[in-house]
Design a protein around this ligand. Structure first.
Ligand code: PAF
Length: 276
């Protein structure tokens, strides 16, 4: 695996790569990321990955400084998974001057769900992904469904800017007890880790409720939130939404749905979702 730190080195290498499937990450890799690399092999002749902890997508009270930087371990995992090129720029390389141009996703996509609690987050994600796409020039880009709203925003960005990139959403990888794998799980204490699968369990209850014909979506959402809060979580939202645009699902309509949730456990904020 080639490890490339500069934009110019990546550009010099790009013509020799042919068709590229790209997995952008912020490092601190787990099995979920490795599964994206595995899926990438089905799409491109060469798999490229990136590791860059993107300051622009962190709020002032978020964990940018303490976000784990584990480049050597991450590079070993990517190499084992068959990545051909790792692009790992530092901040000066990605933002040689303060980033003054931004991708501004539409309000209705980013002021809901995560955006209600993380102002500016998706603007930061869309801006860095636009920049990574300009550098890597991938044919296919793969993202996990764990960050469902991120996937929706990036799909729409690629479509609206007519970028010649196929965006692929990959299934969430879970621990055997149901907890969705996330870099942030590492912040949980042992006791919190034992309790963390409850988030997935509540989402499953909502999903079963809807599949069994319960059309009182407000009550299903409320019951899940109360179940979490009663055991010490701080629920931010549990919402049943339309998959296509993440607007509130219409209980009377026939439409593909997803239930999404975010809640705090101790000092850690977890998100998860389940397609219905
Ligand atoms: O999902 C992530 O890890 C990040 O949001 C991404 C897409 C790499 C952009 O920094």
């Amino acid at each position: 695996m080639r490890v490339v730190h500069s934009v110019s080195d990546f550009r010099a290498l790009r013509p020799s790569l042919g068709r590229v499937a790209f997995v952008p990450t912020m490092g601190n890799l787990h099995e979920g990321h490795v599964s994206l690399v595995r899926a990438a092999h089905e799409h491109g002749a060469q798999v490229a990955a990136s590791i860059f902890v993107n300051r622009l997508q962190f709020g002032p009270s978020e964990d940018f400084e303490r976000y784990p930087r584990t480049l050597a371990d991450d590079a070993a995992k990517l190499e084992d998974a068959g990545v051909s090129v790792l692009f790992a720029p530092d901040e000066r390389e990605m933002y040689p001057a303060p980033q003054a141009y931004h991708v501004e996703p539409p309000t209705e996509q980013v002021e809901i769900l995560e955006g209600e609690f993380r102002a500016g987050h998706f603007r930061g994600v869309a801006t860095v992904v636009m920049k990574l796409f300009q550098i890597v020039q991938p044919d296919v880009a793969l993202f996990g469904k764990k960050d469902y709203q991120q996937l929706m925003v990036l799909r729409n960005m690629v479509s609206q800017f007519a970028m010649p990139i196929e965006v692929v959403g990959c299934e969430t990888v879970r621990a055997t007890d149901g907890l969705a794998l996330s870099s942030r799980n590492g912040y949980l204490s042992d006791e919190e880790r034992r309790r963390a699968p409850q988030l997935h369990a509540e989402l499953q209850r909502v999903r079963h409720g809807v599949l069994n014909g319960n059309r009182d979506f407000a009550a299903l959402q409320q019951t899940a939130a109360s179940g979490l809060d009663a055991t010490g979580w701080r629920t931010e939202y549990v919402r049943i939404c339309r998959r296509a645009d993440l607007q509130p699902a219409d209980p009377g309509a026939i439409e593909a749905r997803v239930v999404l949730a975010a809640a705090g456990l101790g000092k850690t904020r977890l998100i998860d979702n389940l397609e219905i």
